[in-house]
Write a protein that binds this ligand. Structure first.
Ligand code: NAP
Length: 529
């Protein structure tokens, strides 16, 4: 397909009229064609009008229709073939195998949501049958199901040009819930966004859905993004990016006459706790695993392990010296955008100026533009507790080791932490009691706790939580990865004393969708289930 530089408002290709966005190949600094003229508030108006018009019929499509639609999007993305891979590689600087893997994850994510939609558990049907004879008062017939919130605004993320962008997790979960979606493309990968946008638009057409189910806008966050979040027809927002961007959008959403939820995934330094027995027994291999996770993808993962906490002493010293040696040997890697590279360099510069942290190692220098040089810093618990700057996310392959005198200092450091997506526990049998004593604190701090693994690599499955207390996310109750992400875009409605003919299909007395309902206080066991 020839890239056009146009937005997609429903099925219409529309040329913007604001400043042009041009992708840059971060590996070479080359500007890529075509130019994408940014949209403005008038384009937001058109897209939201269509999204609102589409919503009521899209939300009542059958589970089968919606599931097939998600599978059709996946098939259309796969049909884009190498053109999509080539463009995503040149717009992101990410290695080809990573982009191929990300496409697979994106399509698997869509198919996983298709399975979820078909199963219907997300409707969470609850039935309390009428009790006309109950004393002293009769009970009405009460039935509850989940309904979609309304049109959703999705902000494509820079660090997952496929899996968390135009057809990524936020879009897939919102469509699965029955919400129409308007995407604000990330300006770093407009060509990739256009290709995927067309794949979704084709799936909309093939599935005979109203065109407003999906639109794709280009433009500046401060104009298009703010107008989108402000539009009264938008009922929720999905975002992955910087803390400042996420918070700006949260403020816009909260200031609306009708405030709406913003599910913003922002910043996390993903602490790794090295327990004494594990550190003593396998410090060398822990250092290897840690540096591999730290430097993977130039550290541009929201789950990148940016903080290591352990008891000071010879075992931690050996861990630090092995990790430092490995960091020094680690090659520089191209970052996603010149802006992200500059932000990384600025973050490293700030750490280097602090007296409270010492630089233990720097990786190999880059020889081409925008290359991330890995860095390892070391500090003491007292300094970490005293200086909030030491727990700011430096997006890239940078980490800080915090040396603690005893369990009490580790406890203080944990209490001092901001909310996290993940906390990793490296432990052996002899460490279990210490770990158990910390669990309550760890649960308060993070959305996912892992033992003897590394936080990078997020499985898309039913049990995953990719969320956590602020600032990891703006809403600690939810996840943006995994099938539970659908719940962000739903709300319950109760139907009291409705005649059966007026009830939605999911709530009818005969249970035609064969759902496992919560019936008069008991979960139904279905024959042939
Ligand atoms: P970003 O600057 O937050 O941008 C993400 C999206 O939000 C873009 O579409 C952007 O629009 C929009 N936006 C940003 N600020 C806004 C504002 N004040 N009002 C309205 N919209 C706004 O994120 P990024 O470009 O991906 O990367 C920048 C930094 O974000 C990185 O250096 C890193 O620190 C952080 N980041 C963190 C994660 C993570 O998972 N923790 C992931 C990616 C990035 P424009 O098109 O106008 O820029």
């Amino acid at each position: 397909m020839t890239l056009t530089g146009n937005m997609l408002i429903g099925q219409q290709a529309i040329t913007g009229n604001r400043e042009a966005i041009r992708a840059i190949n971060p590996a070479t600094g080359t500007v890529l064609e075509p130019a994408y003229l940014g949209g403005g508030s008038e384009h937001v108006e058109q897209a939201c009008t269509l999204a609102q018009e589409a919503f009521d019929s899209f939300r009542e499509t059958s589970l089968e229709t919606r599931a097939t639609f998600l599978e059709t999007i996946a098939a259309e993305i796969e049909a884009l073939g190498d053109e999509l891979i080539d463009r995503a590689v040149s717009e992101s600087g990410l290695p080809r195998p990573r982009i191929v893997g990300e496409r697979a994850r994106t399509c698997q994510q869509l198919r996983t949501f298709a399975r979820t939609v078909r199963a219907g558990e997300w409707l969470d049907v609850r039935v309390d049958n009428a009790l006309p004879e109950r004393q002293p008062l009769p009970r009405a017939d009460l039935r509850q199901r989940q309904v979609p919130l309304g049109p959703v605004a999705v902000f494509g993320a820079s660090n997952f040009p496929l899996a968390f962008s135009v057809a990524g997790g936020d879009t897939a979960s919102a469509l699965a819930a029955g919400c129409s979606v308007v995407v604000k493309a990330h300006s770093a990968h407009p060509g990739t966004s256009e290709l995927v946008g067309h794949a979704i638009a084709r799936a909309v057409k093939e599935s005979n859905l109203p065109e407003g189910v999906f639109s794709l806008l280009f433009g500046s966050g401060r104009e298009v993004g703010v107008a989108l979040v402000s539009d009264p027809r938008i009922k929720a927002v999905g975002f992955t990016g910087s803390r400042s961007g996420g918070m700006a959008l949260c403020k816009v959403a909260a200031a609306r006459p009708e405030p709406i939820p913003v599910y913003a995934e922002m910043s996390s330094i993903n602490p790794v706790l090295l327990f004494p027995a594990a550190l003593q027994a396998r410090g060398e291999s822990l250092a290897q695993g840690f540096v591999a996770s730290l430097t993977q993808g130039a550290g541009q993962f929201c789950t990148n392990p940016g903080l290591v906490i352990g008891h000071q002493g010879p075992a931690l010293d050996r861990f630090i010296s092995t990790a430092a040696r490995l960091v020094q040997q680690s090659p520089a890697q191209t970052m996603l955008t010149p802006g992200i590279f500059q932000a990384y360099e600025a973050g490293i510069g700030s750490l280097q100026e602090l007296n409270s942290a010492q630089e233990a190692a720097a990786g190999l220098r880059g020889e081409t533009p925008n290359q991330c040089q890995a860095h390892l810093f070391v500090t003491r618990a007292g300094d970490f507790l005293a200086d909030p700057a030491l727990q700011a996310e430096v997006f890239g392959a940078a980490a800080l080791v915090v040396q603690c005198a005893d369990d009490e200092e580790i406890r203080q450091v944990l209490e001092h932490l901001e909310g996290q997506l993940t906390i990793t526990l490296q432990l052996d049998e002899a460490d279990l009691d210490s770990a158990r004593a910390m669990l309550a604190t760890l649960e308060r701090k993070a959305g996912r706790l892992l033992v003897n693994g590394w936080p990078t690599g997020v499985e898309v499955c039913d049990a995953m939580v990719h969320g956590g207390p602020f600032p990891a996310t703006s809403d600690t109750r939810t996840t943006s990865v995994g099938t539970a992400a659908i719940q962000r875009f739903l709300r319950p409605v109760c139907y009291q004393d409705f005649p059966d003919s007026l009830l939605p299909t999911a709530l009818k007395h005969a249970n035609p969708l064969h759902l496992r309902r919560l019936l008069d206080g008991h979960r139904e066991v279905l024959e042939n289930a």
